[in-house]
Design a binder for this molecule. Structure first.
Ligand SMILES: Cc1ncc(C[n+]2csc(CCOP(=O)(O)OP(=O)(O)O)c2C)c(N)n1
Ligand SMILES: [Mg+2]
Length: 305
């Protein structure tokens, strides 16, 4: 790991400005900083437009005339984010800004559930946008309700104790890859090597035309019920336990981009968060089996390849 690279990342110009109102320890805030930083580095001359459907980020973005961003931001309803991003890209192209990068920063509730039809349609049309799934695994802005991306066994306010999340998290990377889009990847900023993987994927996506989909995992201290200091450690454990494998599908070719040097059992990840504290040994064994099966799936040619 080169010290010069780290210095550059730490010292780069911030497009998510200091003083924004995200919670302490907000994983998505770290992630969005890296998305914008890596885009600005990969395409310094390109205009970046951020399209944000209803989510925590509608609030964090600020109330006009104040903005948390040093890029243009367009707030949308859930269902129309992908369509509005497609329209903005088309309008910018008509005005000669061919290289503008239009980025949707959509939550998991927005992307996997309420806005899914619009995301699927934009993917199917191969719209020239960068869609980033900002996955904190529940509807956090409205008080931790379960989404399609909430993981098996998790407590949320709509899956309370005694009726916690049954079934597995939707596999959005494979669902979107099955549309035959040019690029899909999973990203997590859990350690310096993982950040390197993260930013390389953003840079790669910036250089490809058509519909690109980045699925980024971000911890939420109040929703996942852990201390604010633990976000990066928990993100690292998500990858090291293979709960969140780092993969990409580049024009139909799947590959694992990051193999943990120190793999850990899933229970080590689950034990870091209050949303899993009720789980029995049997429930943890079942989650481990599902994580193992999903990992095997990624190692074999999946849908979309
Ligand atoms: C059609 C519609 N239903 C419900 C809401 C209320 N709402 C605003 S933000 C939000 C949560 C969105 O969850 P997610 O997409 O996961 O983003 P997060 O809040 O976790 O960042 C909800 C339900 C809304 N704005 N529009
Ligand atoms: Mg969410």
């Amino acid at each position: 790991m080169s010290a010069a690279w780290l210095d550059r990342v730490v010292g780069e110009r911030q497009l998510l400005l200091p003083g924004h109102s995200a919670c302490a320890g907000c994983g998505p805030a770290i992630n969005l900083r890296h998305v914008l930083g890596a885009l600005a580095e990969a395409a310094p001359e390109s205009r970046i437009v951020l399209v944000i459907p209803a989510s925590c980020w509608t609030i964090i973005a600020g109330v006009w005339p104040v903005s948390a961003f040093d890029v243009a931001v367009h707030l949308t309803p859930f269902a129309s984010a992908a369509a509005e991003a497609s329209g903005i890209k088309a309008a910018l192209r008509l005005r000669g800004a061919d290289d503008a990068i239009v980025v949707v920063w959509g939550g998991d509730g927005s992307t996997a559930d309420i806005g899914f039809s619009g995301v699927s349609a934009a993917a199917e049309r191969d719209e020239d946008i960068l869609y980033v799934l900002n996955d904190n695994e529940a509807y956090m802005n409205t008080g931790v309700q379960k989404s399609g991306a909430t993981p098996e066994g998790a407590w949320t306010t709509t899956t309370p104790l005694g009726a916690t999340r049954a079934g597995e998290k939707k596999d959005m990377a494979r669902i979107i890859a099955a549309h035959g889009v040019p690029y899909v990847a999973t990203l997590a900023a859990g350690s310096v090597p993982m950040v390197r993987d993260f930013r390389a994927k953003v840079a790669k996506a910036a250089g490809i035309g058509g519909f690109r989909f980045l699925h980024v995992l971000g911890g939420c201290p109040p929703g996942w019920r852990y201390p604010t200091s633990q976000t990066t450690r928990i993100t690292r454990l998500a990858v090291e336990s293979h709960v969140f494998p780092l993969v990409e599908c580049d024009h139909g070719e799947w590959r694992t981009t990051f193999e943990p040097k120190h793999p850990v059992p899933v229970r080590d990840y689950l034990a870091t968060q209050g949303r899993f504290e009720h789980l029995s040994r049997d429930a943890i064994a079942s989650i481990q089996a599902h994580v193992d099966a999903r990992r095997r799936d990624y190692a074999t040619p999946p849908m979309g390849s």
